[in-house]
Design a protein around this ligand. Structure first.
Ligand code: CP
Length: 313
């Protein structure tokens, strides 16, 4: 049987990405449809989450599915030593699809290989976050009118930030120029720079973050320094506030610039930026609902045509 799991965005073609964006657009027009009536969606969160879990659960609820799951593995039998494989096998008995966030890189791939139902990777360690990427792409498309030929600045924790790793891979289809702004300790890992070279993705690297550096940005993608991934907390303390975006830095930026952030933010975007029309991170999180409705439907075998036909009922 075809494995419809969404483990990494790298597996999606350009056509597939554009197709999912079309589907997200349909859901934005009308989020409430009972197209998943009778389905059960399991959300297994072995790591904390606000947006990803709640937007997946909202997506499922608005589509008429039912939701089971947990937000704290300590209250499950994994705290008694049950393996990930056994947990996945058990939940597959109850649900049609599993949305899983796990702290181990590769956990989603492993789950997709052992599960009889499809897996959606809701973030695996510092590796990938493909559903976040779909909402990021949807946000970029909505604000820029295109995904092609954009100047995209990725700022902050490029080492542990799984959202920037996924975004970079998805953008290979759209001829971007990436600008990586990170301190030495949090630079984009070598494997992703090799990926850029192999896929002819242009990139530049900087350690300075100031008005001049970002003057020609179309997208400024800020990220949080991920405290939970550091083994040395002294190192975290050294780099945690290294870049802070302030409103006055935006004065001479392009009119089409939009500021994205996967959230949560800690200190890297000052609150005075929130009122700037170029700040788009809260709308970006809202777009997560529509993007995740599209993902749930696609993984469960519902087509764009099914969605359009359903709207006529
Ligand atoms: N962007 C994101 O993954 O947010 P949460 O950790 O709150 O799900």
């Amino acid at each position: 049987m075809e494995n419809r799991s969404l483990v990494t965005i790298a597996e999606h073609s350009k056509e597939k990405i554009l197709y999912l964006l079309e589907m997200a657009k349909e859901f934005e027009k009308k989020p409430n449809r009972k197209i998943l009536d009778g389905k059960v969606v399991a959300t297994l969160f072995f790591e904390p989450s606000t947006r990803t879990r709640l937007s997946f659960e909202t997506a499922a609820n608005r589509l008429g599915a039912r939701v089971i799951g947990f937000t704290d593995p300590k209250v499950t039998s994994s705290s008694k030593g049950e393996t990930l494989k056994d947990t996945i096998m058990m939940v597959s008995n109850y649900a049609d699809i599993i949305v899983m966030r796990h702290f181990l890189e590769g956990a989603a791939r492993y789950a997709s290989e052992v599960a009889p139902v499809p897996i959606v990777n809701a973030g695996d360690g510092a590796n990938q976050h493909p559903s976040q990427t779909m909402l990021d792409l949807y946000s970029i498309y909505k604000t820029q009118g295109t995904l092609e030929n954009l100047n995209i600045y990725l700022v902050g924790d490029l080492k542990y930030g799984r959202t920037v790793h996924s975004l970079l891979m998805a953008m290979r289809h759209f001829n971007p120029t990436f600008h990586f702004i990170a301190p030495e300790e949090l630079k984009m890992p070598e494997e992703y720079k090799i990926y850029c070279k192999e896929h002819h993705i242009k990139y530049k690297e900087y350690t300075d973050f100031n008005e001049e550096t970002i003057a020609d940005a179309d997208i400024l993608y800020m990220t949080r320094v991920q405290r939970e991934r550091f083994t040395d907390l002294m190192e975290y303390e050294r780099v945690k506030d290294v870049y802070i975006l302030r409103n006055k830095m935006l004065e001479h930026t392009r009119p089409n610039l939009r500021i994205l952030h996967p959230l949560p933010r800690v200190n890297e975007i000052a609150y005075d930026v929130d009122e700037n029309p170029k700040a788009y991170y809260f709308q970006q999180a809202q777009n997560g609902l529509y993007a995740r409705q599209a993902i749930l439907c696609d993984v469960l075998g519902i087509t764009l045509n099914d969605v359009i036909e359903d709207a006529k009922k």
